[in-house]
Design a protein around this ligand. Structure first.
Ligand SMILES: Cc1cc2nc3c(=O)[nH]c(=O)nc-3n(C[C@H](O)[C@H](O)[C@H](O)COP(=O)(O)O)c2cc1C
Length: 255
């Protein structure tokens, strides 16, 4: 790799995802940075996703006892410590030489499941060994459906439909029969709360952890996760809820 990493000092690591992105932009050559930023879909979709989150606000509720909080959820019979996953992202060695192994270590330490991409730079066996018993999923491209998927993505991008705006219709159609995971545009703990309140079972983050990986490897992914989980905890408390399971549409106001 042609770039050098600065700041091994944790104190100097960025906090907001925008700052992680900015740092990654400074550190990475243009090619790898563009791979992360432009890796999935058109810019308009990302803009639409971000603005969809800003159309909702969490109504702050005071004078409720929210001192005992839980972020835990159950999904497919598995107990998870938070409604958060690392989205499948291919070829992570483009961001950092340790690639998926650094991400896997940080995910396992935080108890956040990692969804391993079909196109990983490290072998599935290496990743599995790194994670030991920690929860992980595998993302499989299903070749029969490729054309259908590609056409759906194209249509969504053409209309710059945000995933958040489509969520209520999807959760209504699914009607609790299967979990609904949302990704695209989650950048803060408040975004996680909004997505869950609007019907998602859990959310995934992609680019945010890739910026962390690019800037500081395992430590960077760990720091991004730590910040998001802390923000999520604070946002749950602010909404006057004790648990993620209690979040529903009533804690939000449409701006
Ligand atoms: C660089 C990059 C590579 C990706 N690779 C894959 C992949 O291999 N498989 C997959 O299903 N999704 C892939 N995605 C999509 C992500 O899983 C996720 O849907 C996307 O990053 C949106 O979330 P975000 O806004 O938090 O980044 C990739 C995304 C990026 C940015």
């Amino acid at each position: 790799m042609l770039f050098t990493r600065v700041n091994k000092d944790t104190q100097a690591l960025p906090i907001s995802i925008e700052d992680w992105e900015q740092k990654a932009r400074e550190l990475l050559p243009d090619g790898p940075f563009d791979y992360i930023v432009g890796g999935s879909g058109a810019e308009e979709t990302l803009v639409a996703n971000r603005s969809a989150f800003s159309k909702w606000a969490i109504v702050p509720r005071m004078l409720r006892d929210v001192s005992q909080r839980s972020l835990r959820i159950e999904l497919f019979g598995q107990q998870l410590m938070a409604p958060l996953f690392l989205a499948p992202v291919g070829m992570q060695a483009i961001a950092h030489p340790d690639g998926e192994l650094a991400t896997a270590r940080a995910a396992a330490a935080a108890g956040v499941p990692m969804v391993v991409s079909t196109i990983s730079a490290h072998t599935l066996e290496q990743i599995a060994e790194t994670m030991d018993d920690a929860p992980r999923w595998f993302q499989l491209y299903w070749s029969n459906d490729r054309e259908v998927c590609a056409s759906m993505v194209k249509r969504a991008e053409a209309g710059a439909i945000s995933t958040l705006d489509t969520l209520p219709a999807i959760t209504e159609a699914v009607d609790g029969r299967i979990p609904v995971l949302l990704d695209s545009g989650i950048r803060t703990g408040a975004d996680v709360v909004k997505a869950i309140a609007l019907g998602a079972s859990a959310v995934m983050i992609g680019r945010p952890f890739m910026f962390g990986l690019a800037v500081a490897g395992e430590k960077g992914v760990a720091s991004v996760l730590d910040t998001l989980l802390n923000e999520l905890d604070v946002s749950v408390a602010l909404s006057g809820s004790n648990s993620v399971a209690d979040l529903n549409r009533s804690i939000l106001v449409r701006l």
